[in-house]
Ligand binder design. Structure first.
Ligand code: ACO
Length: 324
């Protein structure tokens, strides 16, 4: 049988780190009140990174990708697939994946974007895994990259304090041994309205509202339920038990959602990889960013069993269980 495995990881955060105090000060200038204490207590976020206005999704993506390629000892020319998970692409088209391909100085391999918001990386990884297993590809670059700061409504304190920018990447390659053990993907379009950026481009204008709208409590409630469900489903598919999980790397949206999932799976708190405190919610980038940080910190080691879980607008959700 043919499997896929992660050969290397990488990530990149734009240098501008914005603390809660700095953000509160910026909002206060517009008469909007928030505080470090409120943000930390409700979300676990202490700081996030914001990209400069002239920095695009593909700029962050390519820096994360180069690190992953180096870690995997992979020549970019040997890639036969690039997938970028993003909801904040450089252009309406072509895809950010094509722009990344050009910036890597290569051409010819398949390249496309996957749009599943905060579940985007799990979706992209699952697609790459399927393409490798079926023999369509052998060496894939899978990236999550976002500049969510572009979509934030800084007059809405209930959303603008939650998100940040960044990118994470993995090189996924064909292997005789797993690797990725199982994946699960789901969506429920009945919940389009609870988390969306409803605007679009038409006739040279932006029609509708191009900024992020969220019903926070509704998202919270749904997220907690589906994350437990999908974790159990992917474990069953892989023939593994929750007690086999060495590391839980959930989408980094909110510490309370993450801790609740860990608790439901009866995992010790130290099995949960947390970066939301210093990354904020970087949407499709959050899982590969957290994975790379955990690998580089010497936490996630070869042979460890890792559960990745994402949930986001759509509503979309999914999980991947893997032996690193
Ligand atoms: N600073 C100070 N006060 C605030 C802020 C803020 N930044 N934001 C909201 N408040 C106020 C509200 O106005 C409200 O005041 P009121 O009681 O006088 O009306 C009060 O705080 C409580 O508001 P709630 O929305 O009920 O607060 P809640 O405890 O639900 O926390 C939060 C809000 C953090 C958004 C929470 O609902 C949540 O985490 N939801 C999940 C959403 C999420 O993580 N989304 C990420 C994207 S989706 C994803 O990635 C899965």
């Amino acid at each position: 049988p043919r499997y896929s495995r992660i050969a290397g990881t990488g990530s990149y955060l734009p240098p501008n780190r914005v603390t809660n105090a700095a953000l509160a000060e910026r909002l206060a200038a517009d008469g909007i009140e928030t505080s470090n204490a409120w943000i930390v207590e409700r979300t676990g976020i202490e700081s996030r990174h914001f990209a400069e206005p002239d920095v695009a999704c593909s700029d962050l993506a390519v820096l994360a990708a180069q690190q992953a390629l180096a870690a995997a000892d992979c020549d970019p020319d040997s890639l036969d697939l690039i997938i970028v998970a993003t909801s904040t692409p450089d252009m309406v088209f072509p895809s950010s994946a094509c722009i990344v391909q050009r910036k890597l100085g290569i051409h010819g391999c398949a390249a496309f974007d996957v749009q599943a918001v905060c579940a985007g990386f799990v979706y992209a990884l699952s697609v790459a895994d399927s393409m490798i297993k079926s023999g369509v590809a052998s060496k894939a670059l899978v990236i999550g990259s976002e500049v969510f700061s572009r979509l934030l409504d800084f007059s809405d304190r209930t959303t603008c304090v939650l998100f940040g920018d960044g990118a994470g990447a993995v090189v996924l390659e064909a292997s005789d041994t797993p690797g990725i053990l199982a994946t699960e993907l789901h969506a429920d379009g009945r919940y389009v309205d609870i988390l969306c950026v409803p605007g679009h481009v038409s006739g040279g204008n932006v029609l509708g509202d191009p900024l992020l709208k969220m019903d926070g409590p509704a998202v919270f409630k749904l997220a907690v339920g589906v994350l437990e469900e999908v974790a159990r489903a992917v474990l069953e598919k892989a023939g593994r038990a929750a007690s086999d999980i060495d590391w839980l790397i959930p989408h980094q949206a909110n510490i309370r959602i993450m801790q609740s999932t860990a608790k439901k799976l009866k995992l010790a708190p130290e099995r949960l990889v947390v970066t939301v405190d210093h990354h904020g919610n970087t949407s499709a980038a959050s899982i590969p960013l957290a994975l790379d940080e955990a690998v580089r910190a010497g936490k996630v080691r070869r042979g460890d069993t890792v559960m990745l879980e994402g949930v986001g607008g759509g509503f979309t959700w999914g999980a991947a269980l893997l032996d690193y």
